[in-house]
Design a protein around this ligand. Structure first.
Ligand code: NIG
Ligand code: FE
Length: 412
């Protein structure tokens, strides 16, 4: 399978060799080739260049991209795309004055989604999740992380991860999975949280590992959910199964989760809406990627991650959707990129870098995804004719994607 894209107005994120991640000052630059071509062979980026040095064009399909911009498909490093039903009623409750935390305290929130998921068959869960995955692929997502965490029983957690694994098998999108048994304390364990953590450590983790269902482990480290100490216990146990941490920290409160995650060599720390100077400092010179989730801040009307401050302090930053039924019922990475610019004062270059190269890093996919580099997976977005790439976040309400190519093939 060979495909040649020609007359590309601007080919974005062109890198001879990929940096594994981009730090603050490096994020300002987005290397671009004007009037370019790119050649895809067997699902891989084979070569690229400018139209003045294009070779023979016979023997394979050619796509004319006159006026269009081509960029690597989005790398969405944080999602909960596998879930059952929706929480539309809680959305209305919030409009009517209840807070996200108040809803959770009343038995809504994550445990509400868990109840729905436990009652949903694996087949039906796959059907609902497949629909969402197809939608995000058409919106330009080429690599995606999917978490469990709406099961909260061994059986239901395994069901979620099996569904995510099946999606990975059946669709041309690259999927990494994360075990998030410590997402909330189920009702039955309300007065005995330790017993639930025992269940995670003694039953869930061994079974997840036995079936090879997850690459990563996550904990929602937050007041009312799991303490730093409890997170550390789970991360220590997960290490025995070689599960690398990627954790939810500092969504509402800074309780020391960032420092603990760094200590456990987390690949990423996600949310970070509330950041103290110590939290920021502790991330410097580490392998841990901070991840902001701007659509979550938008939907819950909570503070945005202080991206400007973090980037200016030299930290790398990735942005992701957090696609889930409670805090972010949207998997649209184009909206994430636009919101990062509009609400977090990231430049278009910074936002695109955060959603490609740095997103790939936060999933352990730096070698294969996130840039236009020879030998990488042929995952590309072709835009409609637009004036320049800054127009993507600028015209935030329009769908500016003409076509998405995953593994070298057009997505219908
Ligand atoms: O990342 N914060 C924790 N978990 C999810 C939302 C959970 C929910 O409300 O269903 C998040 O925002
Ligand atoms: Fe999340």
């Amino acid at each position: 399978m060979k495909l040649l894209l020609i007359n590309i107005k601007e080919l974005l994120q062109v890198r001879e060799t990929t940096p594994t991640k981009l730090y603050g000052h490096q994020m300002k630059e987005l290397p671009t080739l004007k009037n370019a071509w790119v050649f895809l062979k067997n699902g891989i980026i084979e070569s690229f260049g400018t139209m003045d040095n294009i070779g023979p064009q016979q023997g394979f399909k050619t796509l004319d991209c006159t006026g269009k911009i081509v960029l690597p498909a989005w790398c969405d490093s944080h999602s909960h795309l596998v879930y059952a039903g929706n929480r539309e009623q809680e959305f209305v409750d919030r409009i009517n004055g209840l807070s996200y935390q108040e809803i959770a305290e009343k038995g809504g929130g994550i445990v509400n989604s868990a109840k729905k998921l436990q009652e949903t068959s694996e087949e039906e869960l796959f059907k609902q999740s497949k629909k969402r995955l197809k939608e995000v692929m058409r919106l330009g997502t080429g690599a995606l992380e999917i978490k469990s965490g709406y099961g909260l029983t061994t059986e239901a957690e395994l069901k979620m991860l099996r569904v995510a694994k099946k999606l990975a098998k059946e669709f041309p999108v690259t999927i990494k999975t994360t075990f998030l048994g410590a997402h909330a304390v189920p009702k039955e364990y309300k007065n005995n949280k330790e017993a639930y953590i025992d269940l995670i450590c003694n039953e869930m983790l061994p079974n997840v590992a036995k079936e090879k269902l997850a690459h990563f482990v996550d904990v929602f480290c937050e007041e009312g959910y799991f303490t730093v100490h409890e997170m550390e216990r789970i991360l220590t146990e997960a290490k025995k199964y070689k599960l690398v941490p990627k954790v939810h920290v500092n969504q509402f409160n800074s309780i020391g989760g960032v420092a603990a995650a760094v200590k456990y060599k987390a690949l990423s720390v996600d949310h970070l809406e509330v950041m103290t100077d110590e939290d920021l400092e502790v991330l410097k010179d580490t392998e841990t990627m901070p991840v902001a989730l701007p659509s979550c801040s938008y939907f819950l009307s909570i503070p945005y991650t202080p991206a400007r401050k973090m980037i200016d302090a030299g930290l790398p930053l990735a942005i992701a959707t957090d696609y889930n039924p409670g805090s972010t019922p949207s998997g649209n990475m184009n909206f994430v990129v636009a919101t990062a610019c509009i609400k977090m004062r990231m430049t278009p270059e910074e936002a695109i870098n955060a959603a490609t190269i740095n997103g790939a890093y936060a999933m352990g996919l730096s070698r294969t995804h996130g840039s236009i580099t020879k030998g990488k997976t042929a995952n590309l977005i072709i835009t409609k004719p637009i004036p320049s790439y800054g127009y993507l976040p600028y015209a935030f309400g329009s769908n500016l994607i003409d076509c998405v190519i995953l593994n070298g093939k057009e997505i219908k």
